[in-house]
Design a protein. Sequence first.
Length: 150
Amino acid sequence: MRTIAMMILGALAIMLSGGCGTGDQLAGDPLKYPYNAPPEKAAKIIKNYRLLKEGMAQELVLQMMGTPDEKNNIYNDADHFESRTADGEVWVYLVQRLKPYGSSYDRKEKSVRLEFGLDKTLRRIEPMNMRGTDLPRDRQSRTGIPGAAY
């Protein structure tokens, strides 16, 4: 139920922000599609996301990973969304995104999503479609699926 509510809130946020673009470019999106990170940036993301640990300070993550490609607010419920009271942030580091719209699968996105709480500490690390970048054994997912965040 909470997932459905968050999906509805996300769709509402996109509609209200005018994020419905046409063609292969979203309004306000600085990326050109298909997007592939420069080789140095991609190597840095692939190497350093494996070194991240939950509980790390946002400043340390910024030093290790560089500036994220996207920053999005997290709202835990509809009241926080309506009052624009964020409950944290998600930073997205892109290695590849071939299209500006659709699911991460549809866009052939390879990325790392990092979730921070209000205390500005890392609370979740979610690699998306990062095959070929095996995780160390201590970072295997609780689902038993290598590379899955949870």
